[in-house]
Design a protein around this ligand. Structure first.
Ligand code: CP
Length: 309
């Protein structure tokens, strides 16, 4: 399977066999450890929005494999502030780098960048749209924790909790999970439910979807509980946000009824939705999940740059 020169913009661009190939490559890279897989290559990170994990794990992924990094994380320091268009920025950066990773507040910005660029473009998150490399690392993490994802020996119960309407990591992951044998459980505040298009995708794929009433129910009935941050700015009424925030906070005590093998994931950053006492339980896997960003992004970079792990 040859991915050389390919853009990574949306998880919808990938077939199941391609997803499994990427996960297998990531496992090989992780088993091999640091090396020279990306030696002689330059990656540009163009981050028009804040990021900790995505930008730093892409940069660490390059540095651990002898690659080099250029880029910006503060748009105020770039010529965008002088009015330079995104297309012109990409036409410049493609002359400096072999691959471009972009995060942008506008839905569709990564696709636009890929249409302009001669070098591969990787979407590090565009608006409320897609975050495909997060999805690959989420799938990698789920498959490590619950091998039934890849083997299909039983249907995994995967619960999503929080802001399912605007959360781009949720949208990408729901789409990807439609390639696998899963049941979806949803718990979201009123007004932040999963958009109809993703429910329809699940229906078309034969994936059973049901809503549950509380985080405790989600924890008790799932193999994986994928939690997301509630975004205060989405709530028109601050009083309603305070009320909802209180009912969307997982504590260690609330995990008493959880399946012993249930694991909690979160793309991070968390704010209030997971109490720190959950961190010490065997259910908490969100920091290990973020760590999986390194081998997964190394595998993706190697594949689009034509380097064989
Ligand atoms: N998960 C994620 O995208 O984190 P950052 O916003 O810190 O990159």
């Amino acid at each position: 399977m040859d991915f050389t020169g390919r853009d990574i913009i949306s998880i919808a661009d990938f077939q199941r066999s391609e997803i499994l190939h990427i996960l297998a490559r990531a496992a090989e890279v992780e088993a091999t450890g640091r090396g020279k897989l990306l030696a002689g290559t330059v990656m540009a990170t163009l981050f028009f929005e804040p990021s900790t994990r995505t930008r730093l794990s892409f940069e660490a992924a390059m540095l651990h494999q002898d690659g080099r990094v250029i880029g910006f994380s503060d748009v105020a320091s770039t010529s965008t502030r002088k009015g330079e268009s995104l297309a012109d920025t990409i036409r410049m950066v493609e002359q400096y780098a072999d691959v471009i990773v972009i995060r942008h507040p506008r839905d569709g910005a990564a696709r636009l960048a890929a249409e302009v660029s001669r070098v591969p473009v990787i979407n590090g998150g565009d608006g409320a749209n897609q975050h495909p490399t997060q999805t690959f690392l989420d799938l990698y993490t789920i498959a490590k924790l619950q091998p039934a994802l890849a083997t299909g020996e039983r249907a995994l119960d995967i619960a999503f909790a929080g802001d399912l309407r605007y959360g781009r990591t949720v949208h990408s992951l729901v789409h990807a999970l439609c390639h696998f044998r899963v049941n979806l459980l949803l718990v979201a505040p009123r007004g932040l439910e999963l958009p109809e298009q993703y429910l329809e995708e699940a229906r078309q794929a034969g994936v059973a979807v049901r809503t549950v009433a509380s985080l405790q129910e989600a924890a008790a009935q799932s193999d994986i509980l994928y939690m997301t941050r509630l975004q205060e700015e989405r709530f028109p009424d601050p009083l309603e946000f305070d009320h909802v925030k209180a009912s969307y906070r997982m504590t260690a005590a609330m995990l008493a009824g959880a399946r012993p093998s249930m694991r909690i994931l979160h793309p991070l950053p968390r704010v209030n939705e997971i109490a720190t006492d959950v961190d010490a339980t065997p259910h908490a896997q969100y920091f290990a999940q973020a760590g999986n960003g390194i081998p997964v992004r190394q595998a993706l970079l190697a594949l689009v740059l034509g380097r064989q792990p």
